[in-house]
Design a protein. Structure first.
Lengths: 698, 517
């Protein structure tokens, strides 16, 4: 039975190994069988494979800076600058990547270099400029695809030619290499087909012919499919490479080789906010309308060779950046390996001890020494975060924030106790690293740490997200944020070959002098106006209120009904004109912008107060004078209610401003556990942006 | 070993390198050196230029000269799509002997192999193991050589033994004899930085296995199996120290050697072995695409056919496996024939080797597993012999050297080899040093045009130096020689700022260097 089923198009790039193989076999069924060999071009082969290899590791990119701007509340624009180190490219790579293939010079004048990978779903025209602002030539996607096709076909032939079975006459692979040319050409054509079309096409299930001759397409396809299954295991790196080449575009630019460094800048495609669904584009959730801050989460991938990454955010003057920090999972490989080690040692604890107690001791020492290093790292991060919050507090309060890590008096902790995970894991690890450095943990195999402890540590470490580090905002301006990430290699471990995923959290607010304060003034003015009219027209309402009662008595109309306000027209005019004038003085932005989102509540309050005044004016104009007491009372109560809401809003803002740690999905668990004792439900950010497209292969 | 998430960038790099090279093959030179019983050969000077193509630079070079006889391997990718094969050939591996212009005691083999994209292992994710048979200077007899073969087989098969769905871990490097390690006594330890001067070459095997950090069970299982092996034969076992921040050359002693038990086991197993130290050996190189399990298959054959191993150096260079062994020739099989070289496919090659070197008669050997069904099925055997090794068992001290300098593409303008310079410099201190040689040498030319190397130089000291003052004297010697070598390189127009050089008698002082060992 052959695999004829087609794959769903969604999430294709997150394919597991068996799906990749099945996708290839499906494409094999849909590709026309060539009757002549596909063209071979050694320049294109070398170009394609080098582009792919460089794009996967991006080792030539030394530094990366991203400047983020919120186009509106659901779209983020980003401008990316990269420093390209041309010295990393070897002479062979330079020759393979030359942009002028006819040139005879040993050192080409310019080379094609990939600077980014993009998912094929998020495509937009990208203009790349160099340091002088000149536009840099880009390779078209068609040319890139051609080079990738040649390169991947070459890689396939390498696998085929290096297989020992090709030298045994009875093996299928021998025939595929030497005799069954059409099957081999078909495999190469399938590679081309997949890269051209993105490998996403669904097709009808092809029918099978009833004859079984050698020239039948079924026979050719079956042999090709069998050869592929023999040659590539499900998790073969070849199929993974092909998947990447088929689902992503490479941004390839021409860089002159004259200087060793090149600086490039390009505006990435505008990112839409993502909803909870994987591919959906989000609008702002309704509940977010009454949030006191607009929270944004931005996720991206830092290439493996980048040692320095900057991310900046600038927002309009009216908005303040309340919190801005960056977390990355740079220690994830080290933590994963530590947790794996812990679980493996816990499982084979007794066996190791039986083989040799010193072997067990070696494993335990390896584990505890790395735990101690994690303690040192995260404690430093915690310290920097606490000083960041203290700095923020100092801008509005003399009181310093209280942190459990600093408040509790750290008494000496025994070596045995330091080896037990606690809820505040970073503090616990701080104690452990101290004990380790003072040589109190030299004999671990004597029962100081058992298999159950190791399992608990492994659970605690993965729950606490201890691989996430934190870099805080260091921009002194209120309407901008900047975080600088640096790679910290884990000990003498070689630099990880995995890219780092980084997440930026930002909370944007409308702090005083804000719309809310202007609106409260408007509200006060309307309230005074309404109360004033009520006092004049119906002083009896205020008999029990000390000051207003006396004022009412003084201004009350005499027996002939002559008072300061003779006609209703004047009252109506005042009630309509004053709030209207005040409202027109307020700067109420469009609801789509971030500022508009932040100002939704004061806007509603302003409109409501004007509506109340208007409604009262209508009542005054149409109702008899002696029946106005009721409407006035209702209006005053409504306005008071609004005033209370404004007060609550102000209070909530003040509390929020004093929040020591944002309890949301970006903050690592260990940070929340260190600063807040009781765990709370984690909030989602109002807007989530990500460059990690559905086609990420990090 | 790379986890599956990291294999595809590695494959892209390997394939890109291969596609850029202009040829689908990697060329190699294997030099066997050693002369018949009468002559005293001169070890070929170490160099990164392959002997058959002086105007080229080898991407990887390995030299191993344990006893006035040894091996050199050079590998490189050619710039033209040619293969050094006579006639029309489509075979993936081709090798032929060639007359070496340098002298009669050198046997040169030229070959080529199609690039193997299936072996994607990274020496950076690896673990090192040191198994000690004895702490004395290297002087193995026939029974010892059989024990070494058995331990070697035990270690390589421990690396491949695993569950059915698991192919095992690759042996990236294995060598014997190497400098054994002993935990320093308080007299030498000092503040913890002190170390006992190590014996330059002893009966010990050092193995580097590629390990995936995502599956530590493999590592634990491997260590347990090797610990069982060490218990069984009374061997000492040290593993690379896994504590945070520890570097290569720092060892953690797991099991101390039990020499009595080793002797007992040796007598139990090989009481029939001829007495004495071997006088003649066959130099053999097995070459083929690097694969997990190939060395275990070859050593299984050695054990089954009762062939001993005096010295071994197994390494994978550019995804090719080179397994160099020094096989003792039984006194009964000694013939007065001149030294000759042969190239044979593995089945015929092993048969020939058993005829030349088997320590028992054919009837007494057990039937080996047919090699054609193992991972070493397509390997070639390059064999040179008989050759007379010089197994002196003298007191010698190792000095480790690591360096990195920019590559000078012009052969005429290239400065002399750094290891040779260091050796000459050390030998120039004739008030302390009576002689020296390069025991091990491994150089890699990195794609960005740097020559990175690591070497072990062995020196013998003037007998009048007291044992306790040896560390101090060696420290002075290394510091002085390092400065002088640096000065020579600068005089040869190598920019000083681009030279990284370290010469130390304590291996861990080199820190972590990219090149293996």
């Amino acid at each position: 039975m052959v695999l004829n089923g087609s794959l769903p198009t969604r999430n294709r790039s997150h394919l597991a190994g068996h799906d990749r193989l099945a996708a290839f076999l499906t494409a094999l069924r849909q590709t026309p069988i060539p009757t002549a060999p596909p063209p071979h071009d050694s320049h294109q082969e070398a170009l394609g494979l080098n582009l792919l290899a460089l794009a996967l590791r991006l080792e030539h990119i030394d530094r990366m800076s991203e400047a983020l701007t919120l186009a509106d509340s659901t779209h983020m624009a980003r401008s990316v600058s990269v420093d390209v180190n041309m010295n990393v490219l070897t002479p062979e790579q330079m020759t393979a990547l030359r942009s002028d293939r006819a040139s005879q010079d040993s050192m080409p004048a310019a080379v094609w270099v990939p600077v980014a990978r993009q998912s094929r779903t998020d495509m937009a025209p990208v203009v790349v400029r160099d340091a002088a602002g000149e536009v840099v030539p880009r390779m078209t996607q068609v040319e890139t695809a051609q080079a990738l096709i040649h390169g991947m076909s070459k890689a396939f032939r390498m696998f085929l030619y290096s297989d020992p079975r090709t030298e045994i006459g009875t093996e299928l692979l021998h025939d595929i290499r030497h005799g069954l040319n059409r099957s081999r050409w078909l495999i190469e054509a399938t590679i081309a087909h997949m890269i051209d079309t993105g490998g996403r096409r669904r097709g009808p299930v092809p029918a099978r012919s009833e004859r079984h001759r050698k020239t039948d397409s079924d026979s050719i396809r079956d042999k090709a499919a069998r050869a592929i299954v023999q040659l590539f295991a499900e998790d073969s790196p070849f199929l993974r490479l092909l998947d990447i080449a088929a689902s992503e575009y490479l941004l390839v630019v021409q860089i002159p080789t004259g200087s060793s460094q090149a600086f490039l800048r390009y505006d990435g495609p505008v990112l839409p906010a993502r909803s909870g669904g994987r591919r959906g584009r989000a609008t702002i959730a309704p509940w977010a309308a009454f949030q006191h801050e607009f929270t944004v989460r931005y996720s991206t991938v830092i290439p493996r060779a980048v040692n320095s990454y900057h991310v900046t955010l600038e927002v309009p003057q009216e908005i303040q950046v309340r919190r801005f920090f960056l977390t990355s999972d740079v220690d994830a490989p080290a933590l994963r390996s530590l947790i794996n080690d812990m679980r493996a040692v816990a499982e084979s604890y007794d066996r190791l001890k039986a083989v040799s107690p010193k072997l067990l001791e070696l494993e335990l020492q390896g584990i505890v020494s790395r735990l101690a290093e994690f303690g040192r790292r995260r404690y430093r991060d915690l310290e920097s975060f606490m000083s960041y919050i203290e700095d923020i507090y100092s801008t509005f309060s003399r009181r310093r924030p209280r942190f459990p890590a600093r408040a509790t008096n750290p008494g000496p902790v025994s070596a045995a106790r330091s080896l037990v995970p606690r809820q505040r894991i970073v503090t616990g690890l701080g104690h452990l690293s101290h004990q380790y450095e003072t040589d109190n943990l030299r004999k671990l195999a004597d029962g100081l740490i058992g298999p159950a402890d190791l399992q608990r540590w492994a659970d605690a470490l993965s729950d606490a997200q201890l691989d996430m580090d934190i870099y805080v905002d260091n921009d002194p301006r209120e309407n901008a944020g900047h975080a600088h990430w640096q790679r910290r290699p884990f000990g003498t471990d070689p630099q990880s070959v995995e890219p780092v995923s980084a997440t930026v959290y930002m909370a944007l607010v409308d702090d005083p002098p804000s719309l809310a304060s202007s609106v409260s003034k408007l509200l006060l003015a309307v309230l005074v106006l309404v109360v004033g009219f009520a006092v004049v027209l119906h002083p009896q309402l205020f008999d029990d209120i000390p000051l207003l009662g006396q004022v009412g008595d003084t201004l009350a109309p005499d027996g002939e009904g002559r008072g300061p306000l003779g006609t209703a027209d004047a009252i109506v005019t005042m009630l309509l004109l004053v709030p209207g004038l005040l409202l027109s003085r307020l700067d109420i932005p469009s609801g789509k912008t971030v500022l508009g989102r932040l100002r939704i509540f004061p806007r509603y309050v302003a409109y409501t107060s004007v509506i109340i005044a208007g409604a009262l004016a209508l009542t005054v104009a149409s109702v008899r004078n002696d029946r106005l007491a009721g409407p006035f009372v209702i209006a005053i109560l409504a306005l008071l209610l609004l005033a209370v809401l404004v007060g609550i809003d102000g209070l909530a803002k003040a509390i929020k401003r004093r929040s020591r740690v944002p309890v949301n999905q970006v903050s690592p668990n260990w940070l929340i556990a260190e600063i807040r004792r009781a765990p709370r439900r984690r909030a989602r950010c109002a807007a989530n942006f990500s460059t990690i497209g559905s086609g990420d292969h990090a | 070993m790379l986890s599956t998430t990291r294999q595809h960038p590695a494959l892209a790099s390997v394939a890109a390198r291969a596609a850029s090279a202009g040829s689908p093959t990697v060329l190699f030179n294997v030099t066997h050196f050693g002369a018949g019983p009468e002559a005293t050969p001169l070890a070929p000077p170490t160099d990164i230029a392959p002997p058959s193509e002086h105007d080229h630079v080898a991407t990887e070079t390995l030299a191993f000269h344990p006893a006035d006889a040894g091996f050199q391997v050079h590998t490189w990718a050619p710039q033209t799509p040619s293969k050094p094969v006579e006639g029309v050939s489509i075979s993936r591996i081709a090798v032929s002997p060639q007359v070496d212009e340098r002298g009669l005691s050198y046997h040169l083999y030229r070959g080529s192999m199609v690039i193997n994209p299936n072996f994607l292992y990274d020496p950076a994710h690896s673990s090192e193991i040191l198994v000690t048979l004895g702490h004395d200077p290297w002087r193995p007899d026939f029974a010892d050589s059989l024990m070494i073969a058995r331990v070697y087989h035990g270690m390589t098969s421990a690396a491949v033994a695993g569950s059915a769905d698991d192919e095992g871990v690759p042996v990236l490097f294995l060598q014997s004899p190497v400098a054994p390690f002993r935990d320093p006594s308080p007299k030498f330890r000092g503040d913890g930085s002190g170390e006992l001067p190590r014996v330059a070459s002893g009966m010990a095997l050092r193995m580097l296995v590629g390990l995936d950090s995502s599956d530590p069970r493999k590592r634990i299982a491997l260590l347990s199996r090797i610990a069982d092996l060490a218990h069984e034969y009374g061997l000492g076992l040290q593993a690379a120290d896994r504590r945070f921040g520890r570097v290569r050359g720092e060892w953690w002693s797991v099991i101390s050697p039990d020499f009595d038990k080793y002797k007992r086991r040796k007598e139990e197993l090989f009481d029939w072995a001829p007495p004495g130290v071997p006088e003649a050996v066959q130099l053999v190189t097995f070459v083929g695409p690097a694969r997990v399990g190939s060395s275990a298959a070859i050593t299984a054959d050695f054990v089954a056919r009762n062939m001993g191993i005096l010295a071994v150096s197994e390494a994978s260079l550019q995804e090719m496996a080179f397994l160099n062994v020094m096989v003792p020739i039984a006194p009964a099989r000694m013939k007065d024939t001149p030294t000759a070289g042969t190239c044979l496919p593995i089945e015929a090659g092993l048969g020939q080797l058993a005829r030349d070197c088997g320590l028992t008669r054919r009837q007494e050997a057990s039937k080996p597993v047919p090699i054609g069904r193992t991972a070493a099925t397509d390997y070639q055997v390059l064999s040179t012999g008989p050759v007379a090794p010089r197994i002196a068992g003298a007191d010698e001290y190792p000095v480790w050297l690591s360096w990195a300098i920019p590559l000078e593409p012009d052969a005429a303008a290239r400065p002399p080899d750094v290891a040779q310079l260091a050796l000459a410099q050390l030998c120039a201190a004739d008030d302390r040093v009576t002689g020296g040689r390069i025991d091990y040498y491994r150089v890699r030319v990195t794609p960005d045009g740097r020559v990175k190397g690591r070497a072990k130089i062995v020196v013998s000291l003037v007998p009048s130096i007291a044992r306790t003052s040896i560390p101090g004297k060696l420290s002075e010697l290394c510091g002085w020689a390092q400065r002088e070598v640096m000065a020579t390189l600068v005089r040869d127009h190598v920019p000083q700022r681009s030279i990284l050089l370290r010469l130390a008698w304590r291996e861990r002082w080199l820190g972590r260097v990219g090149t293996v060992m």
